[in-house]
Write a protein that binds this ligand. Structure first.
Ligand code: 5AD
Ligand code: SF4
Length: 458
């Protein structure tokens, strides 16, 4: 029997909320967005349909993030407002899940007693069962330490018809001293390659053209899948299998870890037609001293070697990165090292973060070395200015080139314009004339900015 059927039937729910409406409010990263699609899938198995906004919902799930302190603040602010939401209509149910729930556990309901269910990151597939139990027995919290059922076994209601997330690995075995992820998402677990390939095939049958593979550390994918005592398959082999799927036009992945980055992964990106020409290499800091305090497993020189290796194999690759400004003890010299590496690496785009102390992480206890907000803000702006200059210059390489553009959605700022992405991942604007969402069209890049490209249909 086809395995796809098995995946579908693993989660069984007797629909008990037919006619009711749900809404899922998501904070944080792509993992959370994808988990939210699974939560929606389970709510639909329960008979509910999606409300256009929380205002029309009977059941509201808040999927939380805790990566930086402001995410926590936002959560408790939001829950404060949702007290009103609950009181506006009888029998409304409020559920809180995700990373902040996993971290704060009972504290969520202590701070917001009007919450009906608090559920962690490891037991998402129990969501409907917990909702049922809370109706029968009153508000409850269920947080478990180890994953029981992979959320990938639940059906999913996707946000986009043409692009989809595919989880290849959950959890993280690293211990970066600033990061709370390992404590809320647990140990690394890789999904079996055949599960992943089957899911991708099924998505293509449903009309999906682009998938983004998700994992905290995709280069170490498969390390825990031992066959004959050897850890395999490697990530590049998985890419090869996915590349062979007919009708799947684009494959992206996030995030790799620079320390585990192998040349063969880049060779695969180069060789495999459907794997996009884009690589994310999270630098975090350019200072060897700070990288060592972050437990990142590489130093300034090793990072530069990785960039050289990548560019030697694919000279025109689009590189993106994450950088944290103001890690405890960061001196002006350390920050200058970050600017140097940024200048050298010529990233297309950098996601920049101000260091945020997370309770329970090693960096949280480096209080004596915390950097003042004024210094962090100043460095953040300097880094932003430098990267804007670099992006502006880098994006010019696309001017007058022909590209394939996948149309994603109407621009938030201008309803006459679609936004989409070219193969390298750069955001691109185009007039709506003669095209629809989901089309992959041949375009010419006619203008560039440091933040997006402008295209015309060819
Ligand atoms: N403070 C600031 N940024 C952080 N990140 C992770 N933890 C923290 C923190 N405590 C950033 C890292 C990571 C990205 C997803 O979030 O740059 O790569
Ligand atoms: Fe956090 Fe480091 Fe794991 Fe990334 S690799 S999730 S930054 S601990």
């Amino acid at each position: 029997m086809d395995q796809l059927v098995e995946i579908k039937s693993k989660i069984q729910i007797n629909p008990s909320r037919v006619g009711k409406k749900y809404f899922v409010k998501t904070f944080g990263c792509q993992m959370n967005e994808h988990d939210s699609e699974r939560i929606s899938g389970m709510f639909e198995l329960d008979g509910m349909s999606k409300a256009i906004s929380e205002e029309y919902a009977d059941v509201l799930f808040v999927n939380t993030c805790t990566i930086r302190e402001n995410a926590d603040d936002k959560l408790y602010g939001t829950l404060g407002q949702l007290k009103q939401w609950k009181s506006e209509k009888d029998n409304r149910k409020l559920l809180v899940g995700g990373c902040a729930a996993q971290k704060d556990k009972e504290l969520v309901r202590q701070k917001a007693p009007w919450v009906d269910v608090v559920i962690g990151t490891h037991n998402l597939t129990n969501v409907v069962d917990l909702l049922n139990r809370s109706e029968d027995w009153g508000p409850l919290t269920e947080i478990i330490d180890e994953i029981e059922t992979l959320p990938t076994e639940a059906p999913s209601i996707r946000e986009s018809e043409y692009s989809a997330w595919v989880t290849i690995q959950i959890g993280c075995n690293n211990s970066c001293t600033f990061c709370i992820v390992p404590s809320v998402r647990g140990q690394e677990i890789s999904r079996r390659p055949s599960d992943i390939v089957n899911e991708a095939k099924k998505l293509v049958d449903e009309g999906v053209k682009e998938i983004t593979l998700l994992g905290q550390n995709v280069n170490s994918y498969g390390r825990d899948l031992k066959i004959e005592g050897k850890a395999r398959p490697y990530f590049s082999q998985l890419l090869e299998q996915l590349n062979d799927i007919k009708g799947l036009e684009r494959i992206r992945f996030t995030s790799p870890h620079p320390k585990d980055f192998k040349a063969e992964t880049i060779e695969s990106v180069k060789k495999l037609k459907n794997v996009c020409n884009q690589v994310h290499v999270p630098l975090q800091s350019g200072s060897s001293n700070i990288l060592s305090k972050m437990h990142r497993g590489y130093n300034k020189e090793r990072f530069i070697e990785k960039v050289d290796m990548i560019r030697k194999i694919i000279p025109d690759v689009s590189l993106t990165s994450d950088i944290i400004v103001g890690f405890p003890g960061e001196t002006e010299k350390d920050f200058q090292d970050t600017l140097d590496v940024v200048e050298y690496s010529k990233f297309d785009l950098v996601y920049m973060f101000k260091f945020s102390p997370r309770p329970g992480t090693l960096a949280y206890d480096m209080k004596d070395e915390f950097i003042s907000n004024d210094v962090i803000n100043d460095r953040f702006l300097r880094l932003k200015d430098l990267q804007t200059d670099i992006s502006e210059k880098r994006y010019k390489r696309f001017l007058n080139t022909e590209q394939k553009l996948l149309i994603e959605k109407t621009s938030k700022k201008n309803s006459e314009i679609f936004t989409g992405r070219i193969d390298g991942g750069q955001l691109t604007h185009i007039s709506k004339d003669n095209i629809s969402v989901g089309d992959i069209v041949n375009v010419k890049i006619v203008d560039t900015t440091p933040f997006y490209l402008k295209a015309e249909l060819l």
